[in-house]
Design a protein around this ligand. Structure first.
Ligand code: SF4
Ligand code: SF4
Length: 69
């Protein structure tokens, strides 16, 4: 099963990955990082596993997402 890792220090909360994940596995976060952004979080929806499609990682302008397959 694939999964992603989001680097909360690099994330600038632009939310592009939220828009581009075809399954809605990435959500807005609520905790501030050291530079004042609220990094997104990976929350896999029940019944729709992350496919490791890499759309989130490719679109991220901060290269903050790693995909593991
Ligand atoms: S790898 Fe694909 S399915 Fe998995 S979280 Fe990223 S965009 Fe969504
Ligand atoms: S695309 Fe990258 S910088 Fe933008 S919210 Fe997602 S992880 Fe953060």
């Amino acid at each position: 099963m694939a999964k992603i890792k989001i680097d909360s220090k690099r994330c600038k909360a632009c939310n592009l990955c939220i828009v581009f994940c075809p399954f809605g596995h990435i959500k807005k976060g609520h905790s501030l990082n050291k530079v004042g952004y609220k990094p997104v979080v990976f929350l896999e929806k029940k019944g729709k596993a992350c496919t490791g499609c890499c759309a989130c990682a490719i679109i991220c302008p901060e290269a903050a997402i790693e995909v593991y397959k």
